[in-house]
Ligand binder design. Structure first.
Ligand code: NAD
Length: 310
């Protein structure tokens, strides 16, 4: 089974490393020159839980240089890079290539359907975390788990066999009928914490220390819940509010600056259009007013623009 990582940044290289180490036939494609060249020349340097685990010679290419056909494609770009990456790796897929997508945010199925049949799309949500310690260096902590579901449930036996095989490498994936609800729950949490921490310029604990944080949280989550319902997804708002509150403690996440905050700080574009921006867009589709998500999406774009983020 040939497995391609279309995007081998923090999350992609972490899953790719686990599979490669377990003997799977793994290839990376990426567009970040320094990252690709470092892995090509030295191998992927892996540091997990502050332990140096060595250099791994995972075959790595620019998308246009890769050849052959792959049975499984993990897409692991940022949300706004998904369509352009899929366009670049189209030639590496055959009729039955399965795509696994565990990007954060909403709206990815629509994009994926432009490239593969619905029965070949596995959409998921992960609580694994990962980071890069510079180009070519995977630096991550702990472990995680992933919920996954096939968009059109045909030939599920094949998919379940695939999941079993990926789990032999420790990916800890579970097929779940509740995956869409979990995707919305994580997106709801991110619509609150990623966005507000970036706009307020604070970490999660500092956000929680503000006495009226729940008012701010609900201003966003009420819109997420209403739009989710129109999309056929029952968002358990109380659960999301509790999940947010549980992160305020410094021992659970209070000291953490969310990924959107870090992207903003590092001069990169953010995933806002797939979080609050997606709620605004879907709100319009269903004629639901989403003034808070509309405004915070524009504010994040204004901040990206003023900082000259790319
Ligand atoms: P990432 O930014 O590490 O990688 C995405 C792409 O950006 C890759 O192609 C990578 O090579 C490139 N890239 C990374 N740093 C770059 C730089 N400095 N300059 C130029 N290009 C660079 O993103 P990720 O963290 O792997 O996230 C992928 C998806 O998974 C996102 O949707 C994210 O929200 C989601 N996600 C990430 C984590 C995590 O802990 N990293 C956890 C859950 C979900």
């Amino acid at each position: 089974m040939k497995i391609l990582f279309a995007g081998a940044g923090a999350l992609g290289s972490r899953f790719g490393y686990l599979l490669f180490k377990n003997g799977e036939d793994v290839t990376f494609v990426d567009t970040w020159k320094d990252h690709v060249e470092n892995i090509k020349n030295n191998g992927l340097r892996v540091i997990i839980d502050d332990k140096e685990l060595g250099y791994y010679n995972i075959p790595t290419y620019y998308p246009e240089d890769a050849q052959g056909k792959y049975d499984v494609v993990f897409v692991a770009t940022k949300s706004m890079q998904l369509r352009s990456m899929l366009t670049k790796v189209k030639h590496l897929m055959h009729e039955n290539t399965k795509i696994i997508c565990i990007l954060n945010g909403l709206g990815h199925v629509v994009t994926l359907k432009e490239f593969v049949k619905e029965e070949n799309i596995l959409i998921g949500v992960t609580v694994w975390t990962s980071g890069l310690g510079g180009p070519g260096v995977l630096k991550a902590y702990g472990s995680g788990k992933t919920e996954i579901k096939q968009v059109k449930e045909e030939n599920l036996e094949d998919t379940k066999g695939l999941i079993d095989r990926l789990n032999k490498a420790g990916l800890n994936m579970k097929y779940s009928d509740n995956t869409f609800q979990s995707i919305w729950h994580k997106a709801g949490l991110n619509c609150v914490l990623n966005t507000y921490c970036t706009l307020i310029d604070c970490n999660i604990g500092e956000y929680g220390s503000f006495k009226q944080n729940l008012e701010l949280t609900r201003a966003v989550l009420n819109e997420v819940t209403a739009v989710g319902k129109a999309e056929g997804v029952e968002v358990n708002q109380e659960l999301v509010e509790n999940n947010i509150e549980n992160l305020f403690d410094p021992s659970t996440g209070g000291l953490h600056y969310p990924s959107l905050y870090q992207d903003m700080k590092n001069g990169r574009l953010t995933e806002i259009d797939y979080l609050n921006g997606a709620i605004s867009k879907l709100g319009k589709k269903h004629n639901i007013q989403t003034p808070v998500c509309d405004a915070v999406t524009l504010m994040i774009h204004a901040k990206e623009f003023i900082r000259g983020n790319k």
